[in-house]
Design a protein around this ligand. Structure first.
Ligand SMILES: *Cc1c(COP(=O)(O)O)cnc(C)c1O
Length: 381
């Protein structure tokens, strides 16, 4: 893959070391479980699709390039990617996790990883002193920035300096901004995770996940985990992700431009009591955001005047879909308290500010005026 080109051009890239014999522009879907040999000892590079597959390898190469990483691994879902990363750690390991994370990750840590003897501490990495949580057995710090759904911003480079000096891995779930807006490896993170289901796939039609990193030893361990546990992305979903990546840059650009207009609009609405969008200058993470990203993304959380008002909005949207997930071309509105963050213990949810007046928008690429008209309409019903 070519590295010295713009992000937009990387999105059109193909790893020519993994080429099909007819040189198709759209990389073929190798819909096969296994690969034959002509004679004992022949190596084609591919044996069995759980282990590796040309369509998936092509995708992994492109995805790694987008994050400026040496190694990319594609998983059957974002959660499979997070799980594989957690499988790097054994019993007795201690991991510091951000207090505001995707609900599924919280459930994985609390309900699954803890049973395997991994110990977790919860810390607000955007505002607390992470160092004070480090113990002798601390192996990693795990975070999202912006966080989901409260949009806290953590200074990745500053934290990376700390984790490097203490020989701890820094793991960043970069789903919310996509590699278009933020590249944590460039800022010193060790491992980047994506739910490819979101912006990378981009069309709400496929589930997938990625781990991207520079360390070849850790990548080999992850590939062994993937092969052994069977968490690999299918050939067809790999192709959908490759196709999604072709338009990643233009989708992100448009979605962010829409989001900025909507955030401004919400800020001036009398029904809205709080707008959480890191692209607004009064957001506490605004300056760090500007330093470490190329944009603020297209996720907005906002609080309305009452629970009844929130319910009214959810029950009456027509142009938006009332649905979980994010990062597709269509605008989705989510109710974190009963949807994405239902798995977060109620106490932590409350502490984090995820209340029954909080709504979350994943802004799509529709016409901005239509989106604003839609908000105006549901607010005034
Ligand atoms: C959706 C999501 C995940 C989980 O990904 P799946 O593809 O749904 O398994 C992890 N982290 C974040 C930030 C997400 O939004």
């Amino acid at each position: 893959m070519k590295w010295d080109v713009s992000f937009e051009t990387k999105c059109q890239g193909m790893d020519l070391s993994i080429q099909d014999q007819y040189h198709a522009i759209s990389f073929p879907i190798y819909q096969t479980a296994t690969f034959s040999r002509h004679y004992l000892g022949e190596e084609s590079g591919f044996d069995y699709t759980r282990q590796s597959n040309p369509t998936r390898s092509q995708l992994e190469s492109v995805a790694a390039c987008l994050e400026n990483g040496r190694e990319g691994i594609a998983f059957a879902s974002g959660m499979a990617a997070v799980t594989a990363v957690m499988d790097l750690f054994g019993p007795g390991s201690h991991i510091i996790v951000d207090s505001d994370l995707y609900g599924g990750s919280v459930r994985l840590f609390n309900d699954v990883c803890q049973r395997y003897g991994i110990e977790f501490s919860t810390c607000d990495c955007s505002s607390e002193d992470v160092e004070s949580y480090i113990k002798d057995n601390t192996r990693a710090v795990y975070l999202e920035t912006p966080t989901n759904p409260m949009m806290h911003i953590t200074d990745i480079a500053a934290l990376a300096e700390l984790t490097k000096s203490r020989n701890i891995l820094l793991i960043v779930d970069n789903t919310f901004l996509s590699p278009y807006f933020q590249n944590p490896l460039d800022l010193g993170a060790d491992i980047v995770i994506h739910s490819g289901t979101k912006y990378i796939g981009g069309h709400h039609d496929s589930i997938g996940g990625f781990v991207i990193l520079n360390d070849t030893d850790i990548a080999d361990k992850l590939r062994l985990i993937l092969t052994t546990t069977g968490a690999a992305l299918s050939p067809f979903d790999s192709w959908l992700m490759l196709r999604g990546i072709r338009t990643l840059a233009v989708r992100m650009e448009r979605a962010e431009s829409n989001a900025k207009k909507i955030a401004e609009y919400l800020l001036h609405s009398p029904h809205v009591t709080k707008v959480l969008y890191p692209g607004l200058p009064d957001h506490p993470g605004y300056e760090i955001m500007r330093k470490q990203t190329r944009g603020a993304g297209a996720m907005i959380s906002f609080e309305v005047e009452s629970r009844d008002f929130a319910v009214k909005v959810l029950n009456n949207v027509e142009l938006f879909y009332f649905a979980e997930s994010l990062g597709g071309t269509e605008t989705l509105i989510t109710y974190p308290v009963t949807q994405t963050h239902a798995a977060v213990p109620a106490e932590l949810r409350e502490k984090n500010g995820i209340n029954d007046r909080l709504l979350r928008l994943s802004v799509g690429i529709e016409g901005a005026d239509d989106l604003i008209k839609e908000i105006d309409r549901v607010f005034e019903i």
